[in-house]
Write a protein of this length. Structure first.
Length: 405
């Protein structure tokens, strides 16, 4: 079996996966900039601006990436072309143009998330996550300063503590963030924005040739050929589907979630878009790569283990247990694991849903015996009501969890 490239999987093996909420298929991205566009690539405008006029954060970027985006005097700042076209009077667009000392462009192709753009034919492999104040799924996809800074903080801390995690854990480092200072000091929430550089080489580095497969591509239909078999069944081959899914996907992800929580207080969001599998030539999964480090952070857990918050800002700090259920029960359980179960139940006889949920519950309880201290008894999710920043409130569904005790 020949596994398509990561870019193809990101863009064209996502059909039928956006069913996790009534908002999931919503996009205000113009057709040319959507992942399922027939357009191969587009040019991302880059602006050279004085570094001293920007806020710059780094987390051990490689020398070759630093050479492209930073030097002592300037930083390269990316603005999505739809933003330039639709929001020319935005104060941060205007400030970029006023500060600009040189222009360039980078050929990019959109990932499944639309605003994260893969640099095309550039070494080292990397992506740019850019400000996109248009609705995709539930939210406008803004890249505010505090979000950028925190992603860099988390990447740096996770890299330093990687030895605490098992060898099947890997992640994509967020290595450079460039953003404007706040122009409205009287605002209730800083809306200054910027862009983020993501190193697409899974960390820690390993030897050997692998393919990267996003989680949703295991159960997504092919955009051009809907009759193409599911990639999950291709990977299972003649193997035992229950053992394959549990041992290669579900149980390792649960171990990773719990380990990141116990050691760092992080609330990973391992849904189909944020999980990538390293697949070897023999079609075995060697590691699970986690991406998107704008995670919730349980400050109660960090205090319990004496972990300093001096390297964190105020973004996504949690003093409650509601969001834990949202990311674990809904993002991972309902939106990802349930889709894998559906494929297996449709293609293999003799299986039932409990064959998957029961061992996952048992594993969770075994490696996280104090889970009731941090988790609610029931499943929580987003409400349709929103706050003044258009973020949904949380609500108790009253349902018992399926993927934990």
């Amino acid at each position: 079996m020949q596994i398509p490239s990561l870019i193809y999987l990101e863009r064209y093996r996502n059909e039928g996966t956006r069913t996790y909420s009534s908002h999931a298929a919503t996009t205000e991205a113009r057709e040319d900039y959507r992942p399922d566009s027939n357009r191969d690539r587009f040019d991302l405008p880059l602006f050279a601006v004085p570094r001293e006029q920007m806020l710059v954060y780094t987390a051990n970027p490689s020398a070759d990436l630093s050479a492209v985006y930073l030097d002592d005097d300037k930083a390269m700042f990316a603005i999505h072309p739809q933003v330039l076209d639709a929001c020319p009077q935005d104060p941060y667009v205007q400030r970029t143009l006023n500060l600009c000392t040189g222009r360039g462009s980078l050929p990019v192709t959109p990932s499944s998330s639309t605003r994260t753009l893969f640099a095309v034919d550039r070494q080292p492999p990397h992506a740019l996550k850019v400000h996109f104040p248009f609705r995709v799924s539930r939210y406008d996809r803004r890249m505010r300063h505090e979000v950028l800074e925190q992603a860099i903080n988390v990447s740096r801390e996770l890299e330093a503590g990687i030895g605490l995690l098992d060898p099947r854990f890997a992640f994509l480092r967020e290595v450079i963030a460039v953003c404007h200072p706040n122009l409205d000091v009287g605002s209730a929430r800083e809306e200054n924005w910027g862009c983020l550089i993501r190193d697409m080489r899974p960390f820690p580095a390993t030897r050997g040739s692998t393919r990267l497969v996003p989680g949703f591509a295991l159960y997504g239909r092919d955009f051009y050929d809907p009759e193409t078999p599911f990639l999950l069944t291709d990977l299972i081959g003649d193997g035992d589907p229950l053992l394959f899914v549990l041992e290669n996907i579900m149980l390792p992800i649960i171990h990773h979630w719990v380990a990141c929580f116990l050691h760092f207080g992080y609330l990973l969001e391992p849904h189909g878009q944020n999980v990538i599998f390293e697949v070897r030539k023999d079609n075995l999964i060697s590691r699970i790569v986690h991406r998107d480090l704008s995670v919730g952070i349980d400050m109660r857990r960090r205090r319990d283990i004496g972990l300093s918050d001096s390297q964190l800002n105020g973004y996504n700090r949690m003093e409650h247990d509601k969001f834990h259920s949202i990311v674990y029960d809904r993002f991972m359980g309902s939106h990802f694991f349930d889709r894998l179960v559906d494929v297996c139940l449709d293609h293999y006889e003799g299986l039932c849903r409990e064959d998957f949920t029961r061992p996952c519950k048992e594993a969770f309880a075994s490696i996280f015996p104090e889970h009731r201290k941090y988790f609610p008894a029931t499943v929580w999710y987003f409400s349709e009501s929103r706050d003044r920043f258009n973020k949904p409130f949380y609500e108790d569904t009253g349902l018992a969890p399926d993927w934990r005790p």
